[in-house]
Write a protein that binds this ligand. Sequence first.
Ligand code: GLN
Length: 542
Amino acid sequence: MTRYIFVTGGVVSSLGKGLMAASLGALLQARGYSVRLRKLDPYLNVDPGTMSPYQHGEVYVTDDGAETDLDLGHYERFTGVASRKSDNVTSGRIYSDILSRERRGEFLGGTVQVIPHVTDAIKIFATADADGVDFVICEIGGTVGDIESLPFLEAIRQLGNELPRFSACYIHVTLVPFIAAAGELKTKPTQHSVKELRGIGIQPDVLVCRAEQPLPESECAKIALFCNVRKEAVIPALDASSIYDVPLQYHAVGLDKQVLESFAITDAPAPDLTRWNDIMAAIHHPEGEVTIGVIGKYTGLRDAYKSLSEALVHGGIANKVRVHVLWIDSEIFEREDAVLHLEPLHGILVPGGFGKRGAEGKIAAAKFARERGIPYFGICFGMQMAVIEAARNLAGYNDASSSEFGPCNDPIVGLMTEWDKDGAKESRAADSDMGGTMRLGAYTATLKPDSQVAHIYGTADISERHRHRYEVNMAYREKLESKGMLFSGISPDGRLPEIIEYPAHPWFIGVQYHPELKSKPFDPHPLFASFITAALRQSRLV
Ligand code: GLN
């Protein structure tokens, strides 16, 4: 029997609801239960794929090709359970499906309404595709009190009555601010938030109270009394120095125990937390440090590169070193000498990106890394820029560019108009819709025997997640290979380059996919582990 845990947030956003949900998933797993995690987002975009990283942070891509909320990245990194299309929905998607059904006449002349049609669609989504797992953890995006959240809260309220008894648990995450002038923690915002939630008909079973200062017993008792929650189910949650400490911290204050008790589960196995203890030891007691420069565009907003920065941490765990990341805006190379910024680095990473702005700076970074023998990791856009650099400076195509930046004489990187997906043809044109039309999700690639990447992966066939519209043009392959660049990973039909490397360089690898999306603290991605090893070697040279 599947049980459901609904997570809502109150008072303010950014309280780490997603991390709490991911950590709870990890703790339940540690007790031997199976879990799925999903996110229900109240905004009206059909998915976050068309949203700017400044607005929404990173777009997390699943194996089955969905562009989803970055919280799904946390879920996957903490539990290792691959997320799917059926794990993230928005109001936009729900309405768009209902409205197309209405246009097809499927409501047989009935009036289409928020209750029951929208709420039914939400309930179907929340409970579908659960695979008989023990627990589904459903996080509701936004904050209680938002107009947009109401249908979602109503839907989970209804589910509380419709599911069998002891099958639903409601967790509410709130803030207990510390008012420095008064020297006091304030419980009133939490009281108001729970009042709002109870007004909608939801009585939380567990309250997670985020606070900067330890919550005294007396305050927990007060919150319990005013919010109608058991005292032991008021869970204090202080800031953690690493996100990977969070599962252990929540366990220490009884989160998993309280959740299980709300389901009347009293015989749960004790958790095996070895994995999390090992990760914590590796993070807090590194044996060295390397400095990696990420040459990107959205460097002011860390969430835009969430999976990437985590994958670098994982690469550090694999090598028992701390990875110090310098986020460098590639546009500054257009004004200042790149060498000053790049010389102190032990490794250079150019991540995924879109558009012309800052592209020349990324090309300059690839050139510097190639010429100086510094480890270079180009991801998606970062691979494309490395190939343009080689075309210009090694193969003599002075006008080499990407058609993403406008028409050019040598489109080394061009728009993909046709590719193979599970045996069927996918095609696109320059005027296709923007949303959901990139080459998305898991595709396999075949690695060249004896290449660096074949050694790193230790296998000839890989599957990685993609999100791109442009692709390195195979017409230039021969010329580039004659100049020392190897196309070491290709799509199985032989048409799309997936990986390039320089066999003569200590570590220069560009990949058309996003390996960061599959990296986990307990299973660091081999490319990130190997990149950090190379950076460590570089750090010993300088
Ligand atoms: N803008 C490039 C493309 O669409 C790269 C995309 C990316 O880095 N994810 O192909």
